[in-house]
Design a protein around this ligand. Structure first.
Ligand SMILES: NC(=O)c1ccc[n+]([C@@H]2O[C@H](COP(=O)([O-])OP(=O)(O)OC[C@H]3O[C@@H](n4cnc5c(N)ncnc54)[C@H](OP(=O)(O)O)[C@@H]3O)[C@@H](O)[C@H]2O)c1
Length: 184
């Protein structure tokens, strides 16, 4: 398969499209044919040599992706070949195929295209784990979001409102008017 390889730490010019080995599919993994991936700040830090992937994980960048399931590890029953999904990954999204533990795979949200869904898992898992799992925000409570026009902020506003939370935000003036057109 082809993957975007960090040939040496540096600027964007060190990223090269190269022929590499297909990923190994472990028993708990699904193999995804990648439709799209996303750009996170961590990818640029990894490219500069400042954010190595966890030991044993793909060395290629790309922390989230969307695509179609090509094959399943023998322990996987939640998904089937051909399912369209998105996934939070430890690396390897900048490739034609990526192997992902099945527990890190999500369905495509209704009304979201397969391509756009590639930018969903990082922000969704970050907001869900911090705001709802750790802080246990619940219906009827009030939620102050600093940086409300950010990627994290706009997602947090929408999901908190969905759960019946009263939301206040702080944001820079220009970006705040952008946010109001998109989210409020
Ligand atoms: N996006 C993800 O999936 C993700 C996942 C894990 C962790 N994170 C972390 O979460 C944080 C936000 O990420 P993001 O993707 O949402 O970033 P982003 O879309 O680039 O937004 C950054 C926000 O920071 C605000 N900001 C910048 N300088 C500020 C300052 N001096 N005082 C107050 N606000 C300031 C900006 O608000 P104004 O324009 O209104 O000033 C902007 O809304 C980052 O630390 C990121 O590393 C993000």
């Amino acid at each position: 398969m082809k993957a975007v390889v960090i040939t040496t730490p540096g600027g964007p010019e060190v990223l090269k499209l190269q022929e590499v080995e297909d990923p190994e599919v472990k028993d708990d993994d699904v193999l995804i044919k990648v439709e799209a991936t996303a750009l996170n700040r961590a990818d640029t830090l990894q490219r500069q040599g400042k954010y190595p992937p966890p030991k044993g994980e793909s060395e290629y960048p790309g922390l989230e992706c969307s695509g179609t399931i090509l094959s399943l590890g023998k322990n996987v029953s939640r998904w089937k070949v051909g399912d369209q999904v998105c996934a939070l990954i430890s690396g390897g999204g900048y490739a034609e195929k990526v192997a992902v533990p099945a527990g890190q795979v999500l369905p495509i949200p209704p009304g979201v295209s397969l391509k756009d869904a590639a930018s969903f898992p990082e922000v969704a898992c970050t907001v869900w784990s911090t705001v709802f799992m750790t802080s246990k925000l619940s219906s009827g409570e009030t939620f102050l979001i600093h940086g409300g026009s950010s990627g994290i902020g706009t997602f947090a506003i929408q999901i908190a409102k969905y759960f019946g939370v009263k939301v206040f935000v702080t944001a820079g003036k220009l970006r705040f008017s952008y946010m109001c057109n998109q989210c409020c």
